[in-house]
Write a protein that binds this ligand. Structure first.
Ligand SMILES: [Ca+2]
Length: 567
């Protein structure tokens, strides 16, 4: 359990003393040691979208991420941190410290009639921003929200960031869109067009985050949530970033998986006794792949998108330094789900057919983009999908596809949507020079998104409310990661997952997992984290014990059988 070293009562008592007196004093922190006198930290929570476990440099990837690697070198990398395998549920869980079903986002952004599947944050949860605001924090958000089904410009805004605890917001309400012209682009409570010809969403998110830090003049600390959409499809990246990866992937996905796996072992990120999973059955050996140039280009653009995200992290770090806040800011970096095998826009012939002359009008500068996949660029060119479309520019809209997702999730199997390790394993970098004394160390304590709320409450000395705006609030599910900062264990019963009928429970070294509609599989994660040796037959009692735990959790959190029987 996280102990709270700074309560709301302390806050109210201290407020008369002026903001400079906001210090964590005399409390016993979660690691059991007496907290030193210090100002409460700023917290910057940065998330990537649809990025595999092995993509960034400090987790074994060849993609150029010097800024993230720098944070890791001066901080911690968690090797067993977990998300919930998909955009909306991850965001709901991350923001509220609950499992997604408890927050009303058991699946995606549609109302399925059950309280746990409304596709909209409910009023029995609070966001990290709401909780930290109660403790005197300023709260900022840049990027993708995606926890409400009400995304249109004139739709109800009760669950937009400004109404869920954020003082300032620039980003998108919806879950995907063009990087050059995103739908539901919003400043505070107003939807806006991109406004400039060189708009590129990843850079716009980074620039907003930098602005929020620069314009933060209060002595109070701030919480900032930076939810990049990179490298979620479509594969859109700037020419100078793509150029850096030209030819990088000519060796193909088999070589890439082997190289990453080797580096991950050398780094200690994965254990050498865990065998690399076989190439996905649907993926041909690289030497037999057709359209190699097309495949290479898809991964070059993906890498460029992650590279650009990292450049943004660099700008955020630079501004924290300029503002004198870098030392006492807790920076987290993670991904919302594993690499994505969805072949969005990449199958079938190229459409619209390039040989046909299609009369299209440019789009008005001031018009709002309402399409997730625009039919036309702002300057009037058709947006194309299909096999062979060379991604990168605004007039294309395709995913990077299963073979590269398989490589992104090295050494694990499966993808976004599934709760095997490929779907739910994420890097987690934690950097906080003033409090985390370790440098460049790994932490192997399993952790989950729900722990981020508990950690924020802990380090901010905030109090998680039992009631908020007259509504009873579900107690938070997570545990503070602060003990792990000092390499102490995190005590908990178990961690649970359910998404589209894919289910799992992890308790100590054991993981019980099933792929819908399949049977339960049992793995020993210490011996076999790549989930290749199913021990369910060998340990039927362990299966029963974990299954009982899972079923009790599922009933408690309102998980419904899949496919949902819509009410
Ligand atoms: Ca995602």
């Amino acid at each position: 359990m996280s102990s709270q070293c700074y309560t709301r009562r302390d806050f109210i008592e201290t407020i008369g003393l002026g903001t400079a007196a906001f210090v964590v004093t005399g409390g016993v922190n979660a690691s059991g040691s007496r907290a030193e006198k210090r100002q409460r930290p700023n917290i910057v929570l940065i998330m990537a979208d649809d990025m595999g476990y092995s993509d960034i440099g400090c987790y074994g990837g060849e993609i150029r991420t010097p800024n993230l690697d720098g944070l890791a070198a001066d901080g911690l990398r968690f090797t067993q941190f977990y998300n919930t395998a998909r955009c909306c549920p991850t965001r709901a869980s991350l923001m509220t410290g609950l499992y997604p079903h408890q927050a009303g986002v058991g699946h995606m952004m549609e109302d399925n009639g059950y309280e746990s599947y409304r596709g909209d944050l409910n009023n029995r949860c609070v966001t990290i921003a709401e909780v930290l605001k109660l403790a005197g924090y300023s709260t900022y958000m840049a990027g993708k929200w995606h926890v409400t089904r009400f995304r249109g410009p004139d739709w109800p805004k009760h669950n937009w960031p400004r109404q869920r605890g954020f003082d300032r917001f620039f980003g998108t309400i919806h879950g995907a869109g063009s990087y050059y012209d995103p739908c539901s682009l919003t400043r505070d409570n107003t939807q806006v067009p991109p406004g400039s010809d060189d708009f590129y969403y990843t850079n716009a998110i980074s620039e907003s985050a930098v602005t929020f830090i620069r314009e933060h003049k209060s002595d109070n600390p701030f919480f900032m949530y930076v939810a990049f959409t990179a490298p979620h499809w479509p594969m859109h990246a700037l020419p100078q970033d793509i150029a850096r990866y030209k030819g990088q992937y000519a060796g193909g996905w088999d070589a890439l998986r082997a190289e990453r796996h080797k580096r991950m072992i050398e780094m200690g990120i994965v254990d050498e006794k865990w065998k690399l999973t076989p190439r996905d059955n649907d993926v041909p050996p690289w030497e037999k792949a057709e359209d190699k140039q097309w495949f290479e280009r898809r991964m070059e653009v993906y890498a460029a998108m992650v590279d650009c995200l990292d450049q943004g992290v660099g700008r955020i770090v630079e501004q924290l330094k300029k503002s004198g806040k870098f030392e006492n800011t807790l920076v987290f970096f993670l991904a919302d789900n594993g690499g994505c095998a969805e072949e969005y826009g990449s199958r079938g012939p190229i459409k619209p057919d390039p040989s046909e002359d299609i009369p299209l009008k440019p789009m008005d500068r001031n018009a709002l983009q309402r399409d997730m996949q625009p039919k036309v660029t702002r300057d009037g060119r058709p947006v194309r999908t299909g096999r062979g479309v060379m991604p990168g520019p605004a007039d294309t809209y395709i995913a990077y596809g299963k073979p590269w997702a398989n490589a992104s999730n090295t050494p694990f199997r499966l993808y976004k949507h599934w709760v095997h390790e490929g779907g739910i394993s994420t890097p987690l970098i934690a950097h906080w020079p003033e409090r985390i004394t370790a440098r460049n160390e790994l932490r192997r304590q399993p952790g989950h998104l729900i722990d981020i709320m508990a950690t924020c409450v802990d380090v901010a000395g905030a109090e998680y409310p039992s009631e908020y705006k007259g509504n009873k609030i579900i107690p938070m599910e997570g545990r503070s990661l602060v003990p792990a900062f000092d390499n102490k264990p995190i005590k908990r019963e178990a961690i649970y997952w359910e998404h589209e009928g894919n289910r799992a429970v992890r308790q100590s070294k054991w993981k019980l997992v099933s792929r819908h509609p399949g049977r339960w599989e049992l793995y020993d994660m210490e011996a076999d984290r790549t989930e290749l040796t199913n021990l369910a037959q060998k340990y039927p009692q362990k299966v029963e014990q974990l299954k009982t735990l899972y079923e009790s959790w599922a009933a408690r959190c309102g998980v419904q059988p899949w496919p949902l029987n819509k009410k």
